[in-house]
Design a protein around this ligand. Structure first.
Ligand code: COA
Length: 267
């Protein structure tokens, strides 16, 4: 029997390597270029040498490709000035390549708590540039969002993910604008207990987002399955179905009843 390799348990760099054709991974602006955030040291935070973003070129099914990934293990995969510029720059280069008739397939692996709180407005600007670059690029080629890590995607990066042409989500993914920690902090425990993980997943998990029509594919946490979905969508993506009307579902239902209710409403 073939052994399943968990995508979520890989690092950002390993995820990108696992999706590109074997032997074709070539990292751009790698950690040895020391493109670190200049703002973290004064906040007594160790700056990571890749600023939590991996950008790589390679091939996907034999076609040129660029894949970028945020590192959920570093500051929750949050986006600051440097990492944001790496992502936006890579997407802009891919659009330039298409404008020169050079086919370049694109995927973004989102594992991010959104704008880096420690970099505030610089993070906001960076995410705006990423959104801009996605919109420009998707006119040339499907831009595929993959949300299958441990953090999920929140804040400004959830806007970026929803701008992509198609998305792949796993059971472990979470997708939302305001993260549970922020909802609890702003609206109080009565609104949401961020430690109630079953509730958080029922409200923002990959299964729910797919059932709501907010994700194109729902996949198991398996590198081979995610790679196959990426190959299919990177070449034949269709636009994401319109967002389903907002119908609250009682989040205190058991998981089985919740699934049944979702299925009934969205079948
Ligand atoms: N900026 C900076 N750090 C962030 C971050 C952000 N946007 N999002 C998460 N992190 C950090 C957390 O502070 C934590 O750091 P620590 O390990 O030093 O305590 C680390 O990432 C992991 O997050 P944690 O909350 O422990 O993991 P979790 O799996 O329980 O929850 C989130 C992850 C993303 C759901 C949760 O952190 C959250 O709700 N974040 C806020 C998301 C949000 O609303 N962003 C809006 C900004 S645009």
């Amino acid at each position: 029997m073939k052994t399943r390799i968990s995508f979520a348990e890989l690092s950002a760099r390993e995820r990108v390597r696992a999706l590109l054709d074997p032997g074709t991974f070539r990292e751009l602006i790698d950690p040895f270029e020391r493109m670190r955030s200049p703002y973290l040291a004064e906040q007594r935070i160790v700056a990571q040498s890749d600023d939590g973003v991996v950008v790589a070129r390679g091939t996907l099914g034999g076609e040129n490709a660029v894949i970028v990934a945020t590192d959920g293990r570093y500051l929750g995969g949050s986006i600051g000035e440097i990492g944001g510029a790496k992502i936006a720059g890579a997407l802009e280069c891919a659009a330039d390549a298409w404008a020169r008739n050079e086919r370049t397939r694109v995927a973004i692996l989102f594992d991010s708590g959104g704008i880096r709180l420690q970099e505030a407005n610089l993070g906001i600007l960076a995410v705006a540039e990423i959104c801009d670059a996605i919109v420009a690029l998707r006119a040339f080629t499907p831009v595929i969002a993959i949300v299958a890590g441990r953090v999920g995607v929140y804040g400004g990066m959830s806007i970026a993910a929803s701008l992509c042409s198609a998305s792949i989500v796993s059971e472990g993914a979470r997708v939302g604008l305001n993260g549970p920690d922020v909802v609890e902090e702003e609206a109080g425990l009565a609104e949401l207990d961020a430690r109630d993980r079953p509730l958080v997943w029922r409200a923002t998990g990959g299964r729910r987002r797919h059932a709501q029509g907010q994700a194109t594919r729902f996949v198991t946490d398996d590198v081979d399955v995610i790679r196959a979905a990426l190959h299919e969508l990177a070449i034949h993506a269709t636009p994401i179905a319109p967002i389903a009307p907002k119908i609250p579902i009682d989040p205190t239902l058991s998981l089985a009843d919740f699934d049944r209710e979702l299925g009934r409403r969205f079948s």
